[in-house]
Design a protein around this ligand. Sequence first.
Ligand code: SF4
Length: 162
Amino acid sequence: MDRILISACLLGAPVRYDGKGKLLVHPLIERWRNEGRLVSFCPELAGGFQTPRPAAEIAANASGDAVLAGEGKVIDVEGADVTAMFVEGARQALAKARAERCRHALLIDGSPSCGSLSIYDGRFLGERHPGRGVTAALLAANGVEVFAPVDIDRLAALLSPA
Ligand code: SF4
């Protein structure tokens, strides 16, 4: 059975920077949970952050791919460089995906870790641009296909039966 690495906040875990979750209410989530497919993970907590924590964005309109290449930084709203913790969280997420044999991940969009379609642009103005977060980039580069919630039906079509 194909297992799915999933952002812990999508399952309602209060792990986001603001101390909240972001529950994804969808019949497929309930089905997959009952089938034991879901592997809940929060890269930022794994990277050493606490909840709550200052919001962070990938700076200067860059992407997670650039961060992994050493050409971009993650900066929090107070100006601290938190790049190393984001990279560590991504590495932990990849290790978890490999340990649990997850070939697919369902990650919340917009996050500097988990975003796969768009991320905030580093100005803390609520503006997004196309790009992916650090964890999404590392997973994709290592053969774990990443889906945003808007693509949940496309993910479902790829899974082997339970
Ligand atoms: S790192 Fe991912 S799982 Fe953790 S709070 Fe942010 S979006 Fe959710």
